[in-house]
Design a protein around this ligand. Structure first.
Ligand SMILES: [Zn+2]
Length: 457
């Protein structure tokens, strides 16, 4: 059932569209970036490189996929402005060698799967607008506390809280030993210094105002809350951070366990989003990029992490491209991939940002690719940049050089493999649950140990 307001909005909308004045006005507006015309479309076809993916992912035995969703709800019918935010994270670990027999395919409602406490891995519940935690005086204070408490969760076993993963990423993804950030109290101008050698994850008091400060305040998520507005942007910011932390938390959980120490290198970690951190916590992306490369130092095998974007401009562009090609009787070659360089992006997809020279300079730790799979499905894939830092001199030579991405064939082969008979934009943890027999929706250290033992056999 739609809400009352939503329903009348829809009627308004329909009336507006039929209005001749509106129609006239519409003719004066145009789409800023469209897919190129026929001649160019043919040229773009050449930019897709067919690559040999045969068996490239044979060393990947286990896939971990994570997906977060969020919503906000009023807590009291009489005060609709008082809202809490809920973010739910679902994840799955599957062993790739055991496909389900088709008779065993059962129906799994993605909404039910995604939105319930019982099947989710973790659920965040926190104040959003006009709600405070006991003992706190402002919404901002309450949300900072709620985020801190949530980050103390140990998702995969009883040893490693998410906040420790944040701590390690800050420490390892950085040359500095002290992180400093503004005191979260808006009335205080003090800098909080977090010594990554000596301090731990415990809260401390601001030396200026005495406010309780958490390491998670470094993320600045609370700044996405406006006391007088209802906005879910904090939930979207939180969700992307937590999805990233979950991947690295699982990797760290394995690395600190003797039985599991080599397991991450037989796994693939998939995020249902581009490899980027948007908004207030954006700076985290640099630390992640550096840390990711550090994890692979002195290792012969790469760590496979990639993102799949379900929506956005690239996805739209890819859809249009496919349609335009068909109109001129051409096709994008199958099992072919195109690296989306800035030259391409700023020509066909969007405007060059005003403040930065490169796309995603302040947010991305991954490079986007358009992949047209063996079965003619379209995927927007994002792979960690091939260098650990985004220096200017690296862009043309490395970042936009498809040959510098050694894990690309593995990733694409894997996508071909796991997405057979699935929708392009399926919720991945759910989709995998449909297809594979050995699956855990609440991955834990014990389950990974079991998988690891079976792999050794
Ligand atoms: Zn202070």
């Amino acid at each position: 059932m739609p809400y009352k307001g939503e329903f009348s909005n829809k009627i308004m909308h329909e009336r507006l569209i039929k209005n001749p004045e509106f129609q006239k006005r519409l003719k004066e507006l145009r789409v800023a970036y469209d897919t190129p015309n026929r001649d160019i479309t043919s040229e773009i076809r050449q930019m897709f490189r067919i690559i040999d993916t045969e068996d490239a992912s044979k060393n990947v035995k286990i896939v971990f996929a994570v997906d977060g969703s969020y919503t906000d709800i009023p807590i009291n019918n009489n005060i609709p402005s008082a809202r809490i935010g809920i973010a739910n994270f679902c994840a799955s670990v599957v062993k790739l060698d055991e496909l389900k027999k088709s008779a065993q395919y059962e129906f799994l409602d993605p909404h039910e799967f995604n939105d319930t406490y019982t099947t989710g891995l973790l659920t965040f519940v926190g104040p959003l607008a006009n709600i405070i935690e006991e003992g706190k005086t402002t919404t901002s204070q309450s949300i900072r506390y709620a985020i801190y408490k949530f980050m103390c969760n140990k998702p995969f076993d009883e040893t490693l809280p998410l906040i420790n993963t944040l701590y390690t990423i800050l420490k390892e993804g950085n040359d500095k030993t002290v992180e400093s950030f503004n005191c979260p109290n808006p009335e205080c101008n003090e800098h909080i210094e977090w010594d990554l050698e000596k301090d731990n994850i415990n809260p401390k008091k601001c030396p200026g105002c005495g406010e309780e400060v958490y390491l998670t305040d470094w993320l600045r998520l609370h700044e996405a809350v406006e006391e007088d507005f209802e906005s879910t942007s904090i939930l979207s910011r939180l969700t992307q951070v937590v999805e990233h932390l979950l991947v690295f938390n699982l990797i760290q959980t394995c690395l600190s366990n003797q039985t599991l120490v080599s397991l991450p290198f037989s796994m693939a970690f998939i995020l249902d989003r581009p490899l980027a951190i948007y908004g207030e916590p954006a700076k985290l992306h640099r630390y992640i990029l550096k840390y990711y490369h550090k994890l692979m130092q002195n290792k012969n095998t790469p760590l496979i992490i990639f993102g799949l974007a379900k929506s956005g401009r690239l996805k739209d562009h890819f859809e249009l491209l496919e349609r335009r090609m068909k109109e001129i009787g051409e096709e994008i070659p199958k099992n072919a991939v195109m690296l989306v360089s800035d030259a391409y992006r700023f020509k066909y997809i969007q405007q060059r940002p005003k403040r930065n020279e490169y796309f995603g300079q302040e947010i991305s730790w991954g490079q986007d690719f358009l992949f047209y799979s063996k079965e003619a499905k379209k995927f927007v894939v994002s792979l960690p940049y091939s260098v650990d830092e985004k220096k200017k001199e690296y862009y043309e030579k490395m970042i936009f050089n498809i040959d510098s991405y050694s894990t690309l064939p593995t990733v694409l082969d894997l996508i071909n493999k796991i997405t057979t008979d699935l929708y392009e934009d399926a919720i991945l943890p759910v989709a995998l649950a449909h297809r594979y027999a050995s699956i855990s929706l609440k991955p834990s250290k014990q389950i990974l140990e079991m998988f690891a033992r079976e792999l050794i056999k």
